[in-house]
Design a protein around this ligand. Structure first.
Ligand SMILES: [Zn+2]
Length: 285
């Protein structure tokens, strides 16, 4: 719901092209929300929402020099401003500040909702899909979309997994541990796979596991390999996939995009095909 709310907000505020103009949204219609960078939000804090009576301000951290992440942090605070109940429920300190840790890692329900709102606001499905259809699947497409939306690679990759028609898995990891994994709906349709979850160990012998073990994760190195989906998500059927890995720089995390190369011949179609082949086979014995 929070994500749809973000999308609706972008539409109501007349956003018809990418990137979404957050400063316009913050200041239009008498909102007058001040949005300013701050070098001093505290460790791990992405942004703060200041409340003084009915006046609001957003101070976003510049500790991570990534425009996409900064914009996500601003959109997250706008989520607290717009989403029903947030202003009354989220904690404010004595100075009137609420501190946020945006970026899909918090387990707090209000923080998660604000992240979802930010995703919907910055990447409304209609605008995002239109752009998605003009790009290739996988990391190259995600990079292009991140440039267009002015969003971080991670946030864009998650949105991509939600909206792409390709059978795709997006995994963010630290060391040998999965931070989170998002599967596209075409990937979820494979009934024989086992979904990865937060806290799982990375599957051994994957390019990502080796990358995280060997490379300096704080460099934005990039690797690509062809492999079998079974290596990642087990399953009974062999499926050829492309595994693309990129270090996320200052975060010390790694983004992986696994894309099935052949989606048409899967699921029931393939079972039918197998049955058909079986039914023909005796003729040639
Ligand atoms: Zn927050």
């Amino acid at each position: 719901m929070a994500k749809q709310w973000g999308e609706r907000q972008a539409e109501e505020d007349g956003m018809t092209s990418l990137p979404i103009d957050l400063h316009a949204i913050a200041t239009m219609k008498g909102r007058n929300i001040i949005v300013e960078p701050s070098g001093d939000t505290g460790p791990g804090v992405s942004a703060m929402l200041l409340r003084s009576g009915n006046n609001f301000g957003i101070f976003y951290s510049t500790a991570i020099a990534n425009i996409g992440f900064q914009r996500f942090s601003i959109a997250h605070e706008l989520g607290h401003y717009f989403l029903e109940g947030h202003i009354d429920q989220i904690p404010f300190d004595e100075g009137g500040f609420h501190s946020s840790k945006a970026g899909f890692f918090s387990t707090d329900i209000y923080e998660k909702q604000a992240d979802s709102f930010a995703s919907g606001l910055l990447m409304p499905s209609r605008l995002f899909l239109r752009a998605l259809n003009q790009h290739v699947d996988g990391l190259a497409g995600v990079k292009a979309l991140a440039g267009l939306c002015e969003t971080s690679l991670t946030a864009t990759a998650i949105r991509y997994a939600e909206l792409t028609e390709a059978a795709s898995a997006v995994i963010v990891s630290t060391g040998q541990t999965v931070d989170f994994a998002c599967l596209s709906s075409a990937m979820k349709d494979y009934s024989d796979i086992i979904w990865l979850r937060r806290g799982d160990q990375l599957p051994r012998n994957t390019l990502t596991a080796n990358f995280n073990a060997e490379h300096d994760r704080f460099n934005e190195n990039e690797l690509v390999d062809e492999t079998d989906l079974r290596l990642w998500l087990t399953g009974t059927r062999s499926r050829e996939v492309i595994e693309e890995v990129i270090g996320l720089g200052a975060y010390g995390k790694t983004l992986t995009i696994v894309t099935c190369m052949d989606t048409a011949a899967d699921g029931e179609d393939e079972e039918e095909e197998d049955a058909l082949i079986d039914s023909w086979t005796p003729r040639f014995r």
